[in-house]
Design a protein around this ligand. Structure first.
Ligand SMILES: [Zn+2]
Length: 203
């Protein structure tokens, strides 16, 4: 017979509660004009390997998708759209990435999980009204000082674009990552459990 401590039962309830209150939703159905460019569903990423299945979509916790819609609306008034590089990431994929590159700072340890595994983080950039490229200080997933928010090098236009994205995301309620201009978290992301739900299984 299995015996669970009272604390572990409480933890299980809290985890189940957070995921049932906040399901994962397809951000494309909520965010107007969203350009979906999931790099891990291609070989065009820092691992040089396709680690997402063809069924991958931009899934986010419902409140994160709502905040993203708010940011997109504010940016559309300035002639921009949002292009997402990564959203929810199943934990099994986190293990696959860890096996390819077990290096904290580049890949989150799957035992702890990242906020992407919680559906509470998004990697993104700006796009033009017709979905074209917008200059930023670095390409996505560049791990160098040039990717930091405080970086003052590069072109003036790239810094201005980075700050335009930052202002819109902060106004919508996201928290920036100091070292990655493309990464934004939902405040209190840690309250959400790490998931291994497949991409197909969402609203
Ligand atoms: Zn990220």
């Amino acid at each position: 017979m299995h015996r669970f401590s009272f604390a572990s039962v409480l933890l299980l309830c809290a985890a189940a509660g957070a995921s049932s209150v906040e399901p994962l939703v397809d951000a494309s159905s909520v965010v107007k004009g969203l350009v979906v460019d999931l790099r891990y569903a291609t070989e065009d990423n820092f691992l040089k390997k396709k680690v997402y299945p063809d069924s991958a979509r931009c899934l986010l916790r419902k409140s994160a998708a709502a905040k993203l819609a708010q940011a997109a609306q504010a940016l559309s008034a300035k002639g921009f759209r949002l292009r997402v590089y990564d959203c929810y990431r199943p934990r099994s994929v986190q293990w696959e990435m860890w096996k390819i590159l077990p290096k904290p700072g580049y890949v989150a340890d799957p035992r702890k999980g990242s906020n992407h595994n919680r559906g509470a983080a998004v990697d993104l950039t700006l796009a033009t009204a017709d979905g074209g490229e917008v200059e930023m200080p670095t390409p996505f997933d560049t791990f160098s000082e040039a990717a930091h928010h405080g970086y003052q090098g590069g072109s003036e236009a790239s810094r201005k674009n980075r700050d335009t994205l930052l202002k819109a995301m902060e106004a919508a309620g996201f928290k920036p990552n100091r070292m990655e201009w493309w990464h934004y978290d939902l405040p209190g992301a840690g309250q959400f459990p790490v998931l291994d739900q497949p991409f197909e299984a969402a609203e």
